[in-house]
Ligand binder design. Structure first.
Ligand SMILES: O=C(O)CCC(=O)C(=O)O
Length: 286
């Protein structure tokens, strides 16, 4: 089984089927180069200030920064991309009314280190949620290539079809496939898929933006209301605000004062009712 690959003009239904069956797909060059340039310049100061080193699991040679949506407004806008949300709809809406951003971060892998242990992103909920191979998903995981992802520079290793495996089954090295993809591409995989960071054997760092969506009735892994508080979130499109969690999961999970929380966010912005103009601004700033 291989990773399914598409260009952004492929029929959404074919991509949705691949995500359900293979469990992993790549949408090549989903984000245009000039948008990637803006994202890179927005995250550059934070990355420069960070030293590599996060331990055995997070990677001794990895610069890791959380809360990417709070650091790069241009990246935050990408969450509402219709191909991305069309794929997340197909996977998660069987199991919830609305889904939300689970986590977002920047992962820059430098030369050296070791392969990250393979893991499933749904593992953060063990032992409280029982894993059912092939069962309804609660998570979908995302990786945008900020630089090209190559076999040599540590492209993510993924195990297609492993969402169907029993938890005890270990992947053989030949069952791992790397998410080799050009800059601007998005790899998307089911939360039940085994995966891990690769090793960078080159002198140039590999940079990825990692993310995930989870069903809206579950506690988010990262606290999005601190990562992207209302002062920042009010400048984002309403769909992105909802995805960050500024919306109650029907009927009342996450409500505030008996109201859906996305309405409250807009009420906070009541005296500054020109927020839509900011969405089209090419020099996006919080
Ligand atoms: O950076 C990658 O390629 C994957 C990282 C990952 O899965 C993680 O840190 O949990």
């Amino acid at each position: 089984m291989d990773i399914a690959r598409f260009t952004a003009d492929a029929p959404l239904e074919e991509m949705q089927a691949a995500l359900r069956e293979v469990g992993i797909l790549i949408v090549e060059k989903l984000v245009p180069d000039d948008t990637m340039d803006r994202i890179e310049s927005e995250i550059a100061p934070d990355l420069e200030a960070k030293e590599p080193g996060g331990g055995k699991f997070f990677g001794f040679k990895c610069k890791r920064l959380g809360g990417a949506v709070g650091r790069s407004p241009t990246f935050a806008h990408q969450l509402g991309d219709p191909i991305l949300t069309g794929l997340a709809d197909a996977l998660l809406l069987d199991n919830c009314k609305t889904y939300q951003l689970q986590i977002s971060g920047i992962l820059q892998v430098w030369k050296g280190g070791e392969p990250q242990p393979l893991h499933r992103d749904i593992g953060v909920y063990e032992p409280y949620l029982e894993r059912k191979p092939g069962g309804p998903e609660i998570l979908v995981s995302l990786m945008w290539a900020v630089t090209d992802f190559t076999a040599e520079n540590g492209a993510t290793r993924l195990v297609p079809g492993s969402h169907l495996w029993e938890s005890e089954r270990k992947a053989k090295p030949e069952e791992e496939i790397q998410a080799v993809m050009p800059r601007g591409s998005l790899a998307i995989w089911r939360g039940n898929i085994l995966h891990g960071m690769g090793v960078n054997h080159t002198d140039t760092p590999r940079t990825g933006l990692v993310g995930g969506f989870s069903v809206g009735w579950l506690r988010q892994e990262e606290n999005q209301y601190l990562v992207c508080p209302p002062e920042k979130a009010q400048h984002l499109p309403e769909r992105v605000q909802q995805l960050l969690g500024y919306k109650a999961h029907s009927p009342i999970l996450g409500w505030v004062e008996d109201r859906d929380s996305d309405l409250l966010l807009r009420a906070g912005n009541r005296d500054n009712d020109n927020d839509n103009a900011a969405y089209d601004d090419q020099t996006l700033q919080y």
